[in-house]
Design a binder for this molecule. Structure first.
Ligand code: ACK
Length: 929
């Protein structure tokens, strides 16, 4: 508050002139406190011009200030014998100045704020027990720039008592949104938004630069960006609080602190990570939310299968995997040559062995094959289980071990049967890894009597002679190496033929052919198709919009001019050719994409002369420009509706080419509304909106999608009838200055366009409905720019994040709700134009529903609620015991009796309660619509 005459302690000392005009009069209020008032009541004499000027009021940086005056004004009729010069209004002025002690300001220097009239003039002042009917009026002054200003009140012959003058400005109060703090900010001038950068609250960090707009009425709008609590902190009531012991929060992106995971704890608050219990660990790659784990126990149940110099080793997973799924195994090998020599690492033997399949370390399965071991050697194999935390644990790993002894055999085959009684055998020696072979021993015997013969050789081939015919022999071979003899390899059994030729009796092979029968099943799938059952499903959330988009049989559909091979034919089909001589151009009213727009007159033979708008195609046009220009006429000519701009005809036979439409006296809706800010009743505004919706319903019934519905494309005639205009092909998006290029290359009026149309060019009647919602907002706010000075990018982002335009000032709640319905993200959740027309018709029939305003706080209904709302809850009992319970009971209370009665002694509290009762009483006697 910059000035409050009620709180002045001494005389106000405002300058009043002439001397017989305004007078400072102290009256006593009910507690005998003097109240300063200025009064003037020179109603008996004509030509009054009495001025009252306040002292200098410093502006304190505010660009827009509000002046609230409380006054009483006498009704001229109630004053007996006053002449006709008696007035019931007075004027309020201001003068901006840097100087705080101007002696005099000339009358002509003052700028008029408004003429003030009383809502409640009163006939009689009865200060005893009657309520004094006070008027309260608020006006604002925008775009102040000097250090301060003076206010002045000019009386021209009324009977006025100026009881209070309060000058204040609005600030958006310090606010915290999305963990960002926005400073107390002075609102901008006019209705400009002030963009404010927020700073993260303590222990929060920026996720995306926080910004918000301070609106002209002191409210914050459209928070963008956000802060998040740092690790170790969580959000609670708009602040970041440390995580309590036993809980933690690892990332700023996590919303809340959570309990420490298994086998971990956080003894102190503010933990971003929990500490593992003793014996438990967390691997680097483990998430902080994972329980701590420990190394596994040893593998279980080892089994080895030795095959000469190889061994297959298998085991079961450890009984305790330590709480992890990443158990692997390492196999360690020790060779124990025996004979008192100590065991050592297996190391590469002669052949580079041993060889581990699939590998020695990091096995994921409990099985390994070890080959290329030395024959006749003792080995100890140990297997250990590991997991992701084994390397963190200082305790030795648990293992299981098996001892094995390898052996060695030689595999023998028949090489040749050369002569009778002779056979040549060959064999494969043991691998070199097993050590050097000293010699081979071949042993053979007759199968019948087992008498054997032993032969020795260093080679791996040997011919045995002197065999008996028709006899079965068994041959075996073994190698003698460093460590001793190996085992005999597989035997070979041969029967010598009766003429001495041998036959290999074991050598038989059978070939099996497996024939799998192959069936081919010839089936078919019955397609389920029932066109009669085809249904359209619509999604909704139980809104009060029954979906009834039925295309009536025979209703016309709009024909796109491009479906004509010859676009001139479309013009001939849908637009009447007018003789240029019947047109009289009067003046230029604007500029269109293709040329000037003029107003003029059209006199067709046998018809009344009418006013028309004439759009002409400028000289030097290309063929395409002519086609695009006339396409508007071929589209408009298909429509016939009171809320669609009417086409009179076209001039194509001579130059310039022209389109003639009905004349709309009030021009485009956006400019019109700006010009008449605040001048219409809500019902008038709803009437305009109803007209637009009706025109749009007609277009959508004809399957025409407008794509650029906005107040600038609505025209208004002298009867306030709104008509949809701006058709044509190139126009959408080409000649609209609001259209911006999107990343996909299209040109779109972002602020008016539904998100799906911006994102993937899905233009439908439902996207027109979105634009219609924006038009509603433009209308109710008298031509305010949607989303103010926000950039297109910010608008797209804000919409995507779910923000929607707030209700304009004094907007009925139902209308804002209807806007929000039009701005449903899902286009099937939006009402259609038929439903919008019905809803508006209902409101026009019962205007009472327009009374609750969207941005007024919900009215209190009990005295208790009311006291709470003005933070005077401590007097609830006082009021209750005096019998005041419902708010209505306060409407008729004598305010002078209130405070002594209720025992409110503090002056500030008295004032607060009194002024609130006063405003309740004025509201109670006002009709809103
Ligand atoms: O806002 P305005 O006065 O209304 O300025 C634009 C200008 O021409 C360029 O489009 C006006 N205008 C367009 N069509 C008509 C019409 N049928 N009647 C009256 N003014 C029109 C529009």
């Amino acid at each position: 508050t910059l000035l409050d005459s009620m709180s002045a302690l001494g005389d106000l000392g405002w300058e009043a002139y002439p001397a017989e005009g305004w007078e400072e009069i102290s009256v006593m209020d009910e507690r005998n406190t003097p109240m300063r008032t200025y009064q003037v009541c020179n109603v008996m004499e004509a030509s009054q011009n009495n001025w009252l000027r306040t002292g200098h009021i410093a502006r304190e940086g505010a660009r827009r200030i509000y002046v609230e005056i409380k006054f009483t004004l006498r009704d001229c009729n109630s004053l007996p014998g006053v002449p006709g010069t008696c007035k019931e209004t007075f004027n309020m002025y201001y003068y901006e100045s840097n100087s705080a002690n101007l002696r005099h300001v000339r009358e002509s220097q003052f700028i008029k704020i408004d003429t003030i009239a009383a809502d409640e003039s009163f006939t009689q002042v009865d200060v005893g027990d009657r309520v004094m009917k006070l008027n309260t009026e608020v006006r604002d002054i925008s775009n102040l720039s000097k250090k301060g200003f003076y206010l002045a009140f000019q009386d021209v012959g009324a009977c006025i008592a100026l009881v209070s003058v309060r000058v204040f400005y609005k600030r958006c109060p310090l606010a915290v949104r999305n963990l960002a703090q926005f400073p107390d900010t002075v609102t901008g001038g006019d209705s400009a938004l002030v963009e404010v950068r927020g700073s993260c609250v303590a222990d929060a960090e920026e996720l995306e630069a926080p910004r918000m707009y301070c609106g002209a009425d002191g409210g914050w709008l459209v928070p963008i960006g956000r802060c998040v609590c740092k690790p170790g902190f969580e959000e609670e009531e708009g602040a970041c609080r440390p995580c309590r012991p036993g809980t933690y929060k690892a990332s700023a992106m996590d919303a809340y602190c959570t309990k420490c995971p298994g086998h971990s704890h956080s003894p102190q608050e503010q933990a971003s990570e929990c500490i593992c219990e003793k014996g438990y660990y967390r691997a680097e790659a483990d998430s902080r939310s994972m329980a701590c784990t420990r190394p596994p126990s040893a593998p279980d149940n080892p089994i080895s299968t030795i095959n000469e110099t190889s061994v297959t080793f298998e085991w079961s997973p450890p009984l305790d995997n330590g709480g992890r799924g990443d158990v692997t195994y390492n196999v360690h090998c020790a060779r124990c040559p025996g004979a008192g020599r100590s065991c050592g690492p297996c190391g590469p033997g002669g052949g580079g062995g041993p060889h581990f399949t699939p590998r020695q370390f990091g096995l994921s399965m409990g099985k390994v094959l070890v080959t290329e071991l030395q024959a006749h050697t003792n080995y100890t194999f140990s297997v250990e289980a590991l997991n992701g935390v084994s390397h963190l644990s200082p305790t030795p790993r648990q293992q299981v071990s098996v001892n094995i002894t390898t052996s060695q055999t030689v595999s023998v085959m028949l090489k040749e049967r050369k002569r009778k009684g002779s056979v040549t055998l060959a064999w494969q020696g043991p691998d070199r890894a097993s050590g050097a072979v000293l010699e081979y021993e071949v042993i053979y015997y007759e199968k019948r009597d087992q008498n054997y013969t032993v032969l020795k050789t260093k080679s791996n081939i040997m011919t045995v002679n002197g065999l008996k015919p028709g006899t079965t022999y068994v041959f075996r071979v073994r190698a003698r190496m460093d460590g001793g003899y190996g085992n005999y390899g597989g035997e070979i059994e041969l029967e010598t033929s009766h003429d001495g030729e041998c036959q290999n009796v074991l050598d038989h092979e059978k070939q099996l052919f497996s024939i799998s029968p192959y069936f081919r099943h010839c089936g078919y799938i019955k397609a389920k198709q029932d066109p009669d059952e085809e249904m359209q499903f619509q999604h909704g959330r139980g809104k009060s919009f029954p979906k009834t988009s039925i295309k009536l049989p025979g209703s016309r559909t709009y024909i796109h001019p491009h479906t004509y091979e010859d676009p001139n034919q479309a013009v001939r089909d849908f637009a009447k050719e007018i003789d240029a001589s019947s047109i009289r151009i009067e003046r230029v009213i604007g500029a269109g994409e293709f040329g000037e727009v003029c107003s003029g007159r059209l006199k067709l033979p046998g018809k009344r002369e009418i006013c028309v708008a004439i759009k002409s195609l400028k000289a030097g046009y290309t063929d395409k420009q002519r086609r695009d220009f006339l396409s508007e006429a071929s589209i408009m000519g298909q429509f016939d509706h009171p809320n669609i701009i009417h086409l009179e005809g076209v001039v194509t036979k001579c130059k310039p080419v022209m389109i003639i439409t009905e004349y709309m006296e009030n021009g485009s809706l956006d400019t019109f509304l700006k010009k008449h800010d605040g001048q219409f009743t809500v019902i008038q505004l709803v009437g305009m909106l109803r007209g637009i919706a009706s025109g749009m319903k007609y277009l959508s019934d004809m399957s025409y999608v407008h794509r650029d519905l906005a107040a600038r494309n609505i025209l208004v005639n002298s009867n306030l009838v709104c008509k949809v205009s701006d058709f044509g092909l190139s126009r959408v998006l080409e000649d609209d200055p609001e259209a911006a290029y999107t990343t996909r290359g299209g040109k779109i009026p972002i602020r008016w366009t539904a998100p799906e149309a911006i994102a993937y060019r899905k233009f439908t009647s439902a996207s027109d409905v979105w634009s219609y919602g924006i038009v509603m907002w433009e209308v109710i706010s008298y031509g305010e720019r949607p989303y103010w000075e926000m950039s297109n990018q910010d608008v797209i982002k804000a919409i995507d994040e779910g923000y929607r335009l707030p209700a304009p000032m004094d907007c009925p709640l139902v209308l804002h709700q209807l806007m929000l319905d039009c701005w449903e993200k899902g286009r099937s959740d939006r009402p259609n134009f038929g439903q919008i027309v019905n809803a508006l018709d209902k409101l026009i029939r019962s205007p009472g529903n327009l009374r609750p305003l969207a941005n007024s706080s919900p009215p209190a209904s009990t005295v208790e609620d009311w006291l709470d709302s003005i933070k005077m809850g401590q007097y609830k009992e006082h009021f209750a015991s005096a019998g005041y319970v419902t708010l209505d009971s306060l409407l008729f209370i004598n305010i002078r009796s209130v405070t002594p009665l209720m025992g409110v002694t503090l002056a500030g509290h008295q004032k607060k309660i009194l002024s609130s009762i006063q405003s309740l009483q004025t509201q109670g006697t006002h009709v809103q619509v």
